[in-house]
Design a protein around this ligand. Structure first.
Ligand code: HSE
Length: 430
């Protein structure tokens, strides 16, 4: 058997522990699949004395993770520290510069520095692999880069954040409000103490930037991802959406349009007839549409010890077999800087919730503004009647250009009888 692939593991949190356990439990299986064994020879974490529930004493302990990059007895550095910059970035840069392969689950780092790091990997002739960075256990990087390599990808979209999907599902099932469900998710440990990366859509945007690059052969461009989270979605919207035949999901969508590549993360109304509408709870899903294959869909757990370890080890298996693939599907020199389409140019149907004083004439004013901005209404819903009180009115529109829609909502929000800023959710045609 060939020599072992020697692994240096930085970060022994949940995922690091999962990788360690998987490699121990499946050591024979991995050896037969790779023709060599996969051995964790060195580890680094913040606190050596913490009881992690498994024995890593056979691996050399390093107080400073960066020493893994210089260690001549390591073939691949697995970076599971996290954070877009700081120690994680330094470790990865040093490891690539010293000719070591890198496997990482760090979407934030790759979304911000991915193109430059891919370039460094190429210069050194090593791999930079990140299956675990997008949708956890779902092998979507492999699917786009290998399984669908024969296709021109037209659109890729998905539920890329399990925390948001859990919250939206729980709101739907219980009828409770966002804040209530979020607090419960935090107390159960499903949501972070500082949940903003998840609920404001940033985590999904990091992942989308990587998918876009893979799907469209483009530089990684996180700055141009339009990002909205789910804080403003109310139980009432979920309820009205259901009445109209939709579910509300936080989707991350990348699409080639006549104006350039669109990258956007925001809540969407999606028809309950679509398969992705049935992906509930913490699950993630990705749909990739190619010109020859048509629609393909992948579903699975987007986070957690086992699923993320599964993805990290898939990358290690590739490296052990000697499979070195371009980080973003094509060599960095071939990545393009295709223009980005703006949201003002985006075309969609819209769901709008207005909180209005229930008085004759208010809807005539709203309708006049929409008419002047060339927005065509598809439906108007008001439940019950409460003269003089504030009631919700739900509008849905036909497909229209977002710039006009935004102008209309600005004016509608300024009407005296409209008491809150209108809430707008895009209706996604999937
Ligand atoms: N926090 C992420 C989620 C998982 O809730 O899906 C790691 O990216």
């Amino acid at each position: 058997m060939a020599e072992a692939l020697r692994i240096g593991l930085a970060g022994l949190g949940n995922v690091g522990a999962g990788v360690f356990k998987l490699l121990e439990e499946h050591s024979e299986l991995m050896a037969s699949r790779c023709g060599r064994s996969l051995e964790v020879v060195a580890v680094s974490a913040r606190d050596r004395s913490r009881d992690r529930g498994f024995d890593f004493t056979n691996a050399r302990w390093c107080d400073d993770p960066r020493s893994l990059a210089e260690d001549g007895n390591i073939d691949v550095v697995v970076e599971l520290i996290g954070g877009s910059d700081g120690v994680a970035l330094q470790l990865v840069e040093d490891a690539l510069a010293s000719g070591k392969n890198v496997v990482t689950a760090n979407k934030a780092m790759l979304a911000l520095h991915g193109t430059r790091l891919a370039s460094k990997a190429e210069e050194s002739g090593v791999g930079l692999a990140y299956e675990a960075a997008v949708a956890g256990g779902i092998p979507i990087v492999k699917s786009l880069r290998e399984g669908l390599a024969g296709n021109r990808i037209e659109r890729v979209y998905g539920i890329l954040n399990g925390t948001c999907n859990y919250i939206l599902t729980a709101m739907e099932e219980s009828g409770r409000e966002f804040d209530d469900v979020l607090s419960e998710a935090q107390s159960l440990g499903y949501a972070e103490a500082d949940p903003s990366f998840d609920i404001d859509g940033i985590d999904a945007a990091h992942k989308l930037a990587l998918l876009t690059s893979l799907a469209f052969g483009r530089f990684v461009e996180f700055d141009t991802v339009y990002t909205e989270g789910i804080r403003q979605v109310g139980a009432i919207d979920i309820d009205f959406a259901r009445e109209l035949g939709f579910r509300i999901k936080l989707l991350a969508i990348a699409r080639a349009t006549a104006n350039g590549i669109e990258q956007r993360v925001h809540p969407c109304l999606i028809s309950t007839d679509t398969p992705i509408a049935h992906v509930q709870g913490v699950f993630n899903a990705v749909v990739a549409e190619g010109d020859y294959v048509d629609r393909t869909m992948y579903e699975g757990r987007g986070a957690g010890e086992g699923p993320t370890a599964s993805a990290v080890v898939a990358d290690l298996v590739d490296l052990a077999r000697g499979d070195l693939l371009p980080t973003f599907g094509v060599p960095v020199q071939k990545l393009e800087s295709t223009p980005s389409a703006t949201m003002e140019e985006h075309e969609s149907a819209y769901y709008v919730r207005l909180m209005v004083v229930d008085k004759p004439g208010v809807m005539a004013d709203v309708a006049a503004i929409l008419r002047d901005e060339n927005v065509s209404l598809e439906s108007v819903l008001q439940r019950g009647r409460d003269p003089g009180e504030v009631v919700p009115v739900i509008l849905t529109t036909h497909v229209t250009v977002e710039a006009g829609m935004r102008r209309a909502l600005q004016q509608i929000g300024e009407l005296e009888l409209v008491v809150e800023s209108p809430l707008m959710i895009r209706v996604e045609d999937l």
